[in-house]
Design a protein around this ligand. Structure first.
Ligand code: FES
Length: 106
């Protein structure tokens, strides 16, 4: 599936992310800057914060409780479209997903 990462300055990187990985891993694998992922994908650090583009929000299932709790600890303000990218499993449904990177992660 193709996922587009948009940097703070508006630069877009559209990359093919392997099924079974995560939106966080997709960024790391493709050298997309702006994701720190300190805890390695365990919903324990909130440094993989992304803002999901409003036009593609319907591709995602709602956050599980542990993700929801951790979203209160993001470095940039939490918004209704905030998600932890490590908790977004890459399935075919995510094709076309667009995520915006926050200004900072810690
Ligand atoms: Fe730590 Fe996502 S990588 S919460």
């Amino acid at each position: 599936p193709k996922i587009t990462y948009v940097a703070v300055d508006g630069t877009e990187q559209a990359v093919e992310v392997p099924l079974g990985t995560s939106v966080m891993r997709g960024a790391v694998l493709n050298d997309v800057d702006g994701i720190v992922a300190q805890c390695g994908g365990n919903a324990q650090c909130a440094t993989c914060h992304v803002y999901v583009d409003e036009t593609t929000l319907d591709k995602l299932a709602p956050a599980a409780p542990e993700e929801d709790e951790m979203l209160d600890f993001t470095a940039c303000p939490r918004r209704p479209n905030s998600r932890l990218s490590c908790q977004l499993d890459v399935t075919g449904d995510l094709d076309g997903l667009i995520v915006h990177l926050p200004e900072r992660q810690n």
